[in-house]
Design a protein around this ligand. Sequence first.
Ligand SMILES: Nc1ncnc2c1ncn2[C@@H]1O[C@H](COP(=O)(O)OP(=O)(O)OP(=O)(O)O)[C@@H](O)[C@H]1O
Ligand SMILES: [Mg+2]
Length: 426
Amino acid sequence: MNDALIASLLRAVQAAPEDHALRLHLAEQMNAAGRSAEALAHVSAVLQQDPGNAAALAMLGTISASITGTTVEIQGAEPAADAAPDEPQHGTPSGYDWEAGAKEFGSSLPAPFVEERIPVQADAGSEVPGIPIENPAGPGITLDDVGGLQAVKNRLNESFLAPMRNAAIAKAFGKSLRGGLLLYGPPGCGKTFLARAVAGELKANFMSVTITDVVDSYIGETEKRLKAIFDQARKNAPTVLFIDEIDAIGIRRGSLNGSGAWMRQMVNQLLIEMDSLAGNNDGLYVLGATNHPWDLDEALLRPGRLDRTLLVTPPDAPARESILRYHLKNRPIAGIDLNWIAAQTDGFSGADLEHVCTTAAEKAMMQSIERNEVLPLGMEHIRKALAEIKASTVPWLESARNVVRFSNQHGRYDDLAEYLVSRNML
Ligand SMILES: Nc1ncnc2c1ncn2[C@@H]1O[C@H](COP(=O)(O)OP(=O)(O)OP(=O)(O)O)[C@@H](O)[C@H]1O
Ligand SMILES: [Mg+2]
């Protein structure tokens, strides 16, 4: 009987997603009508935007009664045989069509912190199946989406973006436009993310390949595939061709034994393709990423090939804040102090921070189940998660220290040396 009222409230909330009182009124009506799951989603949306909202917190308690039924239902899996067939199914997941719900009001729940921009997939062309091309006309990410890391961004701009954007001036100053850029650094710290941002900055298409896209079990096919990938990238220029884990494709040929003949061929083909990069006129930018630049074939790093290297450092405090914000934005949270967490997580990678958020969410969920009420994820859950998770970039930095000490004659790892010094690790 409340359906018409709920539908009109829903429209009103869609028109004014920031109006918390209105959204809570809608949640109240939904809960009264037995639509507790939807009601909870709206209360969560309010709490994400305004974690201390007293009315929303109070309503969580009211809704939790119906949600408690949900837990029992899930554990039982099979409906109880003696349950009355016409028993009302208020608020149970089986009674709610999630798919229809998502269609109905999914877009009315805005992200509480940041606007997520999802790259649009364009027509992939026909030569290399399975490698999608992300379209620059769509809302791609740019350097503004990369939180913190100002020093990394500045170096990226100086060594790569500015010359590519101002070809004539760069040439006048004798700056070569040939060659690509190698991003290196500890795992999970944003190399892939930064490569996407470079494509966004250059308004170029984005193609990402790994060794599994290249290797074929037939002799000769691997080189053909590699060539086809470069051709496809050229055809769709301007394109950023991103070779992830490039150490797997461009492995040091000296380290390969007899059975590595085909891999040697693959490296050779990669060198041929790299040599075909003739400035920015053809609009093909090659970016590689690796956690182990020292395993790459030297020839790949010669002038005109991947001759610029850029260390993607572990996220600094602003970057950590932006990563945490991203991973918490779709969870019911209350009283989260991002600044404090960022200060406690020096040395954590993006992936570590994601792990902290999922672990804290599990803890909040388990506590909710124990207490039979829905508790939002709070600082005590974060603190417990932090006690269990260690910073993963430290071992990488420690092993990288030897490379800087003993094999940095060419100055290729100067930014790594500088970073280690700044952390008193060298
Ligand atoms: N500075 C940053 N600002 C915002 N998000 C970031 C930042 N750095 C990393 N992230 C996020 O952290 C996650 C891990 O980043 P990414 O996958 O780019 O790391 P990677 O260096 O390519 O890791 P791997 O070595 O494992 O391939 C991503 O979800 C990314 O969105
Ligand atoms: Mg990556």
